[in-house]
Design a protein around this ligand. Structure first.
Ligand code: A3P
Length: 319
């Protein structure tokens, strides 16, 4: 009991006060916990999910930095593992009527007192997270569950976050957001939600090198270049490869198309995700590679190039 109490103290306001604090460029308070920045408004749920979520061997965990392709990956994983049900009655395909965020919950939304919200009608269960590999619940790292990580060019990711937060006007009560230069400075210093991005990426990169059967590391840009190849790769990794009959029927192409930016963009456009916080349409902006060049200067890109070279010295696959 005593130990339980001490662990719960971890989530108390007085404990949070002991952590390093920062304000993100959009005005959101952040705290640094074990080397990573977290939005303060989600930290209790985040820590609680680390402690209480019990992974099953059959679970699938989708991990990303925010704005790196989470929505896309949710749609893909859902369609791949549930393809039998989806194709039995194509008109009933949930992806035709709901946003992928409705189908695949985030782990930080797991509530200890309401674990049944996490029961999914389908098996295996699929969850998403932005949590760094090192901070994942022990049960995720120790069980046989599978993890898929998608990383994205940090310049595009930064531009995408900036649009997302400004468009959603999350921190209405604060002064206006910082300008582009200052927010880019913060990003390059690693001071951003679930940053530093290089530590986030390196954590999953090393994990897949150590255990490629447990962690699959994908890149947004590769997926854009050849989604059919990557859909097959995901299915193989999850232990449900496409049969030659399925391939001949064009199922891989159909799933790729069903989860494409254009297809998902028009579904439930006016709905909201995450208890009414984010408008679904804001998850589909442009979906392009290299859009950063419309917002950032060549000098900023040069700065990022140097930063990435330094930070990924030990992981050449990431540069
Ligand atoms: P942009 O803002 O560059 O357009 P997340 O899902 O992690 O929140 O990431 C959102 C980013 O992924 C947005 O990038 C969004 O447009 C893009 N995106 C969403 N669905 C996509 C899809 N099916 N294919 C490619 N990109 C997609």
């Amino acid at each position: 009991k005593k130990q339980e109490k001490n662990e719960d103290d971890e989530f108390s306001e007085s404990f949070l006060q002991t952590l390093e604090q920062q304000t993100n460029w959009d005005g959101s308070p952040m705290v640094k916990y074990r080397g990573f920045w977290y939005l303060k408004r989600f930290i209790r749920q985040e820590l609680s999910s680390h402690k209480h979520f019990k992974a099953r061997d059959s679970d699938i965990i989708l991990s990303t930095l925010p704005k790196s392709g989470t929505t896309w990956l949710k749609a893909l994983a859902y369609s791949i593992v549930n393809r039998d049900t989806i194709y039995r009655d194509i008109g009933q395909n949930p992806l035709l009527t709901c946003n992928p965020h409705t189908l695949v919950p985030f782990l930080f939304m797991f509530e200890e007192n309401n674990p049944h919200e996490f029961d999914q009608p389908t098996d295996p269960r699929i969850f998403a997270t932005h949590t760094p590999f090192e901070a994942l619940a022990d049960s995720i790292r120790q069980s046989a569950c599978k993890i898929i990580y998608v990383c994205r060019n940090p310049l595009d990711q930064f531009v995408s976050i900036r649009h997302f937060l400004i468009d959603n006007k999350i921190e209405k009560d604060h002064a206006g957001p910082l300008g582009l230069d200052e927010s880019f400075d913060m990003f390059c210093e690693g001071t951003h939600p679930v940053g530093p991005f290089w530590d986030h990426m390196t954590g999953y990169w090393n994990a897949q090198l150590e255990n490629p059967r447990k962690v699959l590391f994908l890149k947004y840009e590769d997926m854009k270049e050849d989604i059919v190849f990557n859909v097959k790769k995901i299915a193989d990794f999850l232990g449900c490869p496409f049969s030659s009959e399925e391939e001949e029927r064009g199922m891989v192409e159909e799933i790729s198309e069903m989860c494409s930016f254009q297809s998902l963009k028009n579904v439930d456009r006016n709905g909201y995700s995450f208890k009414g916080i984010f408008k679904n349409s804001t998850f589909f902006r442009k979906g392009e590679v290299g859009d950063w060049s419309n917002c950032l200067t060549p000098a900023m890109a040069e700065r990022m190039k140097k930063l990435v070279e330094i930070k990924f010295q030990g992981s050449p696959g990431l540069t």
